[in-house]
Design a protein around this ligand. Structure first.
Ligand code: ACO
Length: 381
């Protein structure tokens, strides 16, 4: 049987260059190295606003005034409690489980328990955004045999997360650093996890299901799963002789056809503006680790230009995220979940945007199998 393709468009592997949605949330300009959230350049927001302000900008459409910010913070703080369903999932899962799998399962449990159900709403977005840090911190403490801490309503999202993870309130500098990180990672056009969330939302499924799909997509090392791999890479190079052995180690990876973690991007063909900001922040937060990481970055970029000439491969957002998040006391396997605790703002904003102006997302495929096969009954095959 032949599949007829309506309005055939060229097949773009990985949907590169295909416009899959209309959005007023964020714009990624790959050749200019520019990222904007609702008109604001990310460089103007990164160190100047809190995560809550960024979330308000994405969800509501403008930066909040003081009264709006106070109201949103109060709503987020009021949702800082683990549901019984999520807690029992956390207790039941093995301590060795990957935190991203734990997060996916706990958000799913909230959906199944009816905590998040029906058509997507802003209140549901607030609930899931407020709860993700709690789920993560609870699992981090449970797997270490520590008792769970009560969330602190007096702390913002960034400080409360570090308090719950580390057992003590962060310094002002640490809180500022995490806020900047959370602001910069909150949205990024039609990235793979956001696309996954929008596809699920477009079927009129619920917000929990959409967020669960997004978590699954973010987990992969070609997307949000990279920063812990960057950490592993830096540690392996350190163990293999440090700076002296670095070029050989990196060359070996490229000779074997492997990718170098923390480099390359589907859209950016120049410096990723978030990587630029994160580099400066990592240098301040952790000068020693930064020194080694920047040497490896320089060597990797030189080799990528040699092995992949003309491909314009630059350092991506994940590279210095690894150094920065490590300096905040977060374990490597919590780097990607921390990314999720920020990107959930973008996912939920996109889910609401999709729901408000929906058409089911249903692309076509290029069939490459045989056109006509003769059926043979089971007994004669
Ligand atoms: N190391 C080695 N080679 C690379 C790298 C890299 N980090 N990145 C791209 N390339 C190569 C590709 O293999 C391809 O080679 P080819 O032309 O010989 O086939 C060429 O450069 C061009 O690749 P692109 O089309 O630019 O890359 P694509 O859009 O397919 O993939 C991706 C982008 C997945 C991010 C890729 O760069 C990669 O695997 N990077 C490493 C993993 C990583 O850091 N992921 C985090 C991304 S940031 C984020 O999602 C938040």
């Amino acid at each position: 049987m032949t599949t007829t393709v309506n309005n055939p468009a060229p097949n773009s592997q990985g949907l590169a260059g295909i416009v899959a949605a209309t959005t007023a949330l964020s714009k990624v300009e790959g050749t200019l190295g520019r990222l904007i959230y609702r008109g604001y350049n990310i460089h103007d927001l990164a160190k100047r606003i809190t995560f809550e302000e960024a979330v308000h900008l994405l969800w509501v459409g403008h930066l909040p005034n003081q009264a709006e910010l106070t109201e949103l913070k109060a709503k987020l703080a009021a949702q800082r409690k683990l549901s019984p369903a999520a807690l029992s999932v956390l207790q039941a899962l093995p301590k060795t489980a990957e935190p991203m799998d734990v997060l996916r399962t706990a958000v799913s449990a909230d959906g199944a328990a009816g905590e998040i159900s029906g058509a997507p709403t802003l209140d549901q977005a607030i609930m899931v955004t407020a709860r993700i840090p709690l789920i993560l911190a609870a699992f981090a403490r449970l797997r270490n045999g520590q008792t769970l801490l009560e969330a602190r309503p007096d702390l913002g999202q960034a400080a409360n997360y570090l308090y719950l993870m580390n057992g003590q309130a962060p310094s002002e500098a640490q809180e500022r650093a995490l806020n900047s990180y959370l602001v910069m990672l909150a949205d990024h056009g039609m990235n793979a996890s956001t696309f996954a969330a929008r596809v699920v939302a477009s079927t009129q499924s619920d917000l929990a299901s959409s967020v669960v799909a997004a978590i699954g997509a973010l987990k992969g090392p070609l997307h949000g799963g990279a920063p812990s791999k960057v950490k592993d890479m830096l540690e392996e190079i350190q163990a293999a002789g440090g700076k002296e052995g670095a070029e050989k180690w990196l060359r070996n990876k490229l000779e074997n056809g492997e990718v170098l973690m923390g480099f390359g991007h589907r859209v950016y063909r120049t410096v990723d503006p978030r990587a630029e900001e994160l580099k400066g922040m990592a240098e301040l937060a952790s000068p020693r680790e930064f020194g080694f990481a920047s040497y490896i970055e320089e060597t990797a970029l030189k080799l990528l230009a040699e092995y992949k000439p003309g491909r314009k491969i630059y350092t991506n957002v994940e590279y210095y995220s690894a150094v920065l998040l490590g300096s905040l006391g977060l374990p490597g396997d919590f780097f990607t979940p921390t990314f999720a605790s920020s990107r959930v703002a973008g996912w939920t904003a996109h889910i609401l945007e999709q729901a408000a102006n929906n058409r089911i997302i249903r692309p076509e495929s290029d069939y490459t199998g045989p056109e006509s096969a003769t059926f043979v009954p089971l007994a004669r095959r």
